[in-house]
Design a protein. Structure first.
Length: 198
């Protein structure tokens, strides 16, 4: 299992826009934000570049990821992990190892929102995998429109447009793909953090 708890004490410029464009207020808000990431093998590959992009901007970044992890397992870990409860933003990057069942994933998303409560923001990623997963992605995009605390990183759309980001198995990212995935997560996370309630 790969699990990384990364503390940060240095504030640098923003990935959500640019270093020069990030306001002082935004940087201060980021520096008071704790982020928890729950994921599978794609998150294992993303952890290094993600920590490089936001580890020095947020108060704490904790990543709990394992190859082959199913959504039910990840959600169970999120529910009982005290580091998740101490975090302000949750990033859930699960579903690749599950069947392409929109109803089942929707139930997991709704559970994450219930667990998050009223003041915590939740980020989910769309799925890039052959075999009917676009139905899950459509559900995630639709659900985002009706839930103001749900934020979707559309990894599937990005990789459909830029196929070179994905390896030959159609699921995992290339080295450059993990860099792009980390940047997308960083941008969304910092954007959400800058808008959260103190």
């Amino acid at each position: 299992m790969t699990a990384a708890a990364l503390s940060a004490s240095t504030m640098v410029g923003g990935a959500a826009t640019s270093a020069s464009a990030a306001s002082k207020a935004e940087r201060q808000q980021w520096a008071q934000t704790r982020v928890y990431v729950q994921g599978d093998s794609l998150t294992v590959g993303t952890t290094g570049p993600l920590s490089a992009k936001i580890g020095g901007k947020v108060s704490k970044l904790h990543v709990d990821a394992q190859i082959g992890r199913h959504t039910a397992t990840g959600m169970a870990r999120l529910a009982k992990d005290p580091r998740a409860r101490r975090s302000h933003v949750w990033v859930v990057a699960l579903g690749t190892n599950d069947a392409p069942n929109p109803t089942a994933i929707r139930n997991h998303v709704k559970r994450s929102l219930r667990l998050a409560g009223k003041n915590r923001q939740v980020v989910w990623l769309t799925l890039r995998r052959p075999g009917g997963y676009e139905r899950v992605n459509t559900m995630l995009r639709d659900l985002e429109r009706s839930r103001n605390r749900l934020h979707v990183v559309d990894w599937a759309s990005r990789t459909n447009q830029q196929r070179h980001l994905i390896t030959g198995d159609g699921v995992h990212a290339t080295h450059g793909g993990y860099q792009v995935r980390a940047e997308m997560i960083a941008q969304k996370t910092l954007h959400v953090a800058s808008q959260r309630r103190r």
